[in-house]
Design a protein around this ligand. Structure first.
Ligand SMILES: *[C@@H]1O[C@H](CO)[C@@H](O)[C@H](O)[C@H]1NC(C)=O
Ligand SMILES: *[C@@H]1O[C@H](CO)[C@@H](O)[C@H](O)[C@H]1NC(C)=O
Ligand SMILES: *[C@@H]1O[C@H](CO)[C@@H](O)[C@H](O)[C@H]1NC(C)=O
Ligand SMILES: *[C@@H]1O[C@H](CO)[C@@H](O)[C@H](O)[C@H]1NC(C)=O
Ligand SMILES: *[C@@H]1O[C@H](CO)[C@@H](O)[C@H](O)[C@H]1NC(C)=O
Ligand SMILES: *[C@@H]1O[C@H](CO)[C@@H](O)[C@H](O)[C@H]1NC(C)=O
Ligand SMILES: *[C@@H]1O[C@H](CO)[C@@H](O)[C@H](O)[C@H]1NC(C)=O
Ligand SMILES: *[C@@H]1O[C@H](CO)[C@@H](O)[C@H](O)[C@H]1NC(C)=O
Length: 422
């Protein structure tokens, strides 16, 4: 007969020793669980406001494409909402608009899944009869969705190939990028139709520096080149500044096997005059072999200045003749920079010292010495978007100090010789 404990008029059996033991165990377990959960929550709370870590995509999986994938927020967002009411292309801009280039919006777009007509097997003409010549650039600021809808013939990842003829080369357009979505969204609706009229087989690569700190265009050129070659065997690389809007479609985006081409001698910013005779900035084109021959661009220029002149010298040092588009065709409007936050794009105070040692270190500074992380590869409707991370200190140290900084050396970049081509 079990004893009973009675409280008021409710009695229940007194627990046995086993039951007591189980109760103690249960209470202890519950206590441990509660303590654990409280601790976990405090850890969660502490980390909640941290940014989601960037998933590193291993280099062998570059081909994985999923544009519906959730966007991973990074330190460097495609947000550029600092401009209000200001002209974009000089005074031509009429439509004032704030645009949010939040990339989450971009990648909610459904993949275009269409079939294309078979291509006509006929070599594309050197200069298609459909060219318009000089054109007034579009200065409207479109949203991403408007842009995606405007170009149904551009395949995911920003690839386009003409159907009415066979182009002689496959071209990768490399656009170094960070926090300039207004510039990018102004460039695309001007560049894409022009390339289509020119029968260019192109793929647009937006190469974004995912690392904070000074912008390094040379690294982005090099990484863009290496990553693009994992996507396809491009013959021609056009290195295109995001703020340079072409305004004459006779400026054919083609490489030249003789030497690298400077496409942008005339820019509105310099009153459409050649800024100086050695100018090699803005838009330049290298065949895949030419860029490899010069070991790509220097990785050492952090911030603004020097890197374009250095790139030109690397071609000269490797005996590549410099070519330049003629003044009638090689003409651009630069997007007005007023109001754009441009941290990381400050004048590099060391640029001349680095410039002086360019020739000495060309063989140990460039494609063959670059160490970087592939932070993301995303396929958007109009371009392949690649994030590149690097450690500036580490990269700088890949080159011995005596080859990095010089007090003597040639500064005669103002007078390089170019051959004018059509
Ligand atoms: C793409 O990503 C979305 C969201 O992460 C997922 O639901 C979908 O299955 C993925 N599609 C493919 C083809 O991997
Ligand atoms: C850019 O816009 C400002 C006014 O917003 C104007 O003063 C300036 O001249 C413009 N720059 C160029 C290069 O058009
Ligand atoms: C694309 O279309 C093909 C053929 O119609 C189909 O087999 C495939 O599943 C489609 N892919 C997507 C992602 O809708
Ligand atoms: C195109 O035509 C040429 C001969 O006119 C032929 O040699 C070549 O194989 C054809 N190419 C394709 C892709 O059909
Ligand atoms: C390539 O450059 C040479 C000059 O060295 C020029 O004669 C030729 O027309 C150029 N080719 C193209 C396709 O521009
Ligand atoms: C690449 O990312 C890894 C993991 O976050 C990090 O340890 C490494 O330092 C990074 N390397 C470079 C070159 O940025
Ligand atoms: C960057 O590289 C330097 C030099 O190799 C190293 O000391 C530093 O820890 C690295 N930083 C990161 C964040 O990996
Ligand atoms: C440019 O060409 C001129 C005349 O051919 C020559 O005297 C000069 O040295 C050349 N300049 C450079 C930087 O090669």
């Amino acid at each position: 007969m079990t004893s009973k404990s009675c409280v008021l008029n409710r009695c229940k059996p007194r627990p046995s020793r086993v039951t007591k033991l189980m109760a103690i165990l249960f209470i202890t377990a519950t206590l441990i669980l509660v303590v654990h959960m409280t601790f976990s929550y405090s850890v969660f709370k502490k980390h909640r406001h941290r940014e989601v870590p960037i998933t590193l995509i291993s280099q062998s999986t570059v081909q994985v494409r999923n544009i519906t994938q959730n966007f991973v927020k990074t330190s460097s967002m495609l947000v550029d909402d600092v401009f209000v009411k200001e002209p974009i292309l000089g005074n031509a801009f009429t439509r004032h608009q704030i645009i949010s280039c939040d990339a989450r919006e971009e990648f909610s777009t459904d993949s275009k899944n269409r079939t294309f007509n078979p291509r006509i097997n006929k070599t594309c003409p050197g200069r298609p009869p459909t060219l318009a010549g000089r054109f007034a650039p579009s200065t409207n600021l479109y949203t991403y969705h408007e842009l995606a809808a405007m170009f149904p013939d551009v395949q995911d990842g920003g690839h386009y190939t003409p159907r009415t003829c066979m182009p002689a080369e496959k071209t990768a357009i490399i656009i170094p990028y960070r926090n300039r979505c207004r510039h990018l969204y102004t460039l695309l609706p001007n560049l894409i139709p022009m390339l289509m009229r020119q029968n260019v087989d192109f793929t647009i690569f937006v190469i974004e520096q995912s690392t904070l700190g000074s912008f390094n265009k040379g690294i982005l050129f090099n990484a863009g080149y290496l990553e693009a070659l994992k996507v396809d065997n491009y013959d021609c690389f056009i290195l295109q500044d995001v703020d340079m809007i072409p305004i004459d479609d006779r400026n054919m985006y083609r490489c030249n096997k003789t030497g690298p081409v400077h496409f942008s001698p005339r820019v509105n910013k310099f009153k459409y005059k050649l800024h100086y005779s050695g100018l090699f900035g803005g838009v330049v084109g290298f065949t895949t072999e030419q860029f490899r021959l010069i070991n790509g661009a220097s990785n050492l220029y952090f911030g603004w200045g020097g890197e374009d002149d250095d790139l030109r010298n690397r071609a000269v040092n490797r005996k590549l003749p410099l070519l330049r588009k003629n003044f009638a065709y090689g003409i651009y409007d630069m997007v007005n920079h007023t109001g754009v936050k441009e941290e990381g794009w400050k004048v590099n105070p060391d640029r001349l010292k680095i410039y002086r040692t360019g020739r000495l270190r060309q063989h140990v500074d460039g494609l063959n010495s670059l160490v970087y992380n592939l932070t993301w590869v995303r396929t958007s409707a109009l371009y392949t978007w690649i994030g590149i991370g690097f450690n500036a200190t580490y990269i700088t140290k890949t080159v011995p100090k005596q080859l990095r900084i010089g007090r003597r050396g040639d500064l005669s970049y103002l007078k390089a010789n170019f051959t004018i081509i059509s």
